[in-house]
Design a protein around this ligand. Structure first.
Ligand code: UD1
Length: 374
């Protein structure tokens, strides 16, 4: 830090796993000679396990955080409040030109709220996405963070309409593409070959991949059971690999559903690193998921994605990509799956500006914006 002089620094925030892939290309673009502004990094500590955090910092070459708030887990209120309390002194000590937040996790809203109350501008990367489902904690985080932001960067141009509906001025929003896909394209050649991960897991041949962690899918035992039953059925024609998020592992154990997995052709794994996951996604016959990022990554890779949710905040992955949003009804899930077995599933194309250069556009725009304000 401190290598650049002039217009001050941008304080970038990460907290949870999906933030890490988004911040990596942004930090790199700030470090490039074209940027007069330097970036500093705060990690809130929302995700802290080796598998949920450190592996990503190492594989994605994210600089060690300048500050780690070490908040850890808790209820939404506890976690958000704790992040806010610990973030405030960071801003007091060295006020940045702006605070940059990514995505829609609790760390995103918590830091945006602290900054705006101190008169520090907020920049939101991945703004304007809406699922329309307010029971989803991330939806609340998205709506509120966008309201607080001075500069909003969009992954799909359609998101602009969502912002207009909420009264956010058009000139604050810039359609720049997708930093998650910057990271995917940058790392594609270094992905760990799927055969390697499969061999270590004792799985052979064509396979499918599963991820599941949304509270709406895993916190209610009846829903979780239904999903595991349907995945178990699917696994009889394609063996499935299932890297398990800690929340999901805990819920399966609490609900006593482990035997459902043991009796199926489903191999469970601990959460995987980015490069292992990328290698698997690239080669998978099909991906079942409730993740936001994986809907985008499979679209960029051209791999069929069956999304186990009733809605998506990323409609372009359905309109242009390989994503089918089927909900949690077994018949609908199996119908989409049979389609994949029959003809390889949905084909699509990579959306506009998902070209690997989103972070450079973002950092260029931030430099111009800070310059114009000073
Ligand atoms: C968070 C994000 C979600 C994102 C997901 C990706 C919010 C509201 N949700 O959900 O949008 O898709 O991250 O993973 O911010 N835990 C560990 N080790 C860790 C982190 C968590 O064991 O390093 C366990 C704890 O038991 C914790 C639970 O996972 O209570 C949930 O973690 P939390 O950060 O509250 O939310 P996620 O479900 O991970």
């Amino acid at each position: 830090m401190g290598a650049k002089s002039g217009s001050g620094h941008i304080l970038c925030v990460v907290g949870a796993r999906p933030n890490f892939m988004k911040i990596a290309p942004i930090m790199r673009a700030f470090a490039a000679p074209e940027s007069a502004l330097e970036a500093r990094l705060v990690h809130t500590g929302q995700h802290y396990d080796e598998a949920m955090k450190q592996a990503f910092f190492e594989q994605l070459n994210i600089p060690e955080p300048d500050i780690d708030l070490e908040v850890g887990s808790g209820s939404h209120a506890q976690q958000t409040a704790e992040i806010m309390k610990r973030f405030e002194p960071v801003l007091d000590e060295a006020p940045p030109a702006a605070v940059l937040v990514v995505g829609d996790v609790n760390s995103t809203i918590a830091c945006a709220l602290v900054a705006v109350k101190k008169g520090i501008p907020v920049i939101h990367v991945e703004a304007g996405l809406r699922s329309g489902d307010r029971s989803m904690p991330e939806e609340i985080n998205r709506i509120l963070t966008d309201q607080l932001s001075d500069l909003l960067f969009l992954t799909e141009d359609g998101a602009r309409e969502n912002l207009r509906r909420e009264g956010i001025a058009d000139d604050k929003a810039h359609f720049v593409g997708n930093v998650m896909i910057d990271t995917l394209l940058y790392n594609l050649r270094d992905a760990v070959p799927a055969v390697q991960t499969l061999a270590a897991a004792g799985v052979e041949g064509p396979f499918g991949l599963v991820t599941l962690h949304r509270p709406s899918n895993v916190d209610e035992p009846a829903v979780l059971r239904r999903l595991l039953e349907v995945l178990s059925e699917a696994s009889h024609s394609t063996p499935l690999l299932f890297p398990i998020h800690p929340r999901t592992a805990a819920r399966i154990e609490q609900a006593g559903l482990g035997s459902l997995l043991e009796n199926a052709a489903i191999t469970t794994l601990p959460p995987l690193g980015y490069l292992e996951m990328l290698g698997l996604m690239k080669e998978a016959r099909v991906v079942f998921t409730d993740s936001g990022g994986i809907q985008e990554e499979t679209t960029a890779l051209g791999v069929p994605c069956i999304t186990l949710r009733e809605n998506t905040e990323r409609p372009i992955t359905v309109e242009e990509g390989t994503n089918s949003v089927v909900g949690t009804d077994p018949a609908a899930i199996l119908a989409a799956y049979r389609q994949v077995l029959a003809d390889g599933g949905k084909r699509g194309r990579s959306p506009e500006l998902w070209d690997g250069a989103a972070a450079r556009r973002i950092v260029g725009e931030i430099n111009r914006w800070v310059e114009a304000r000073s």
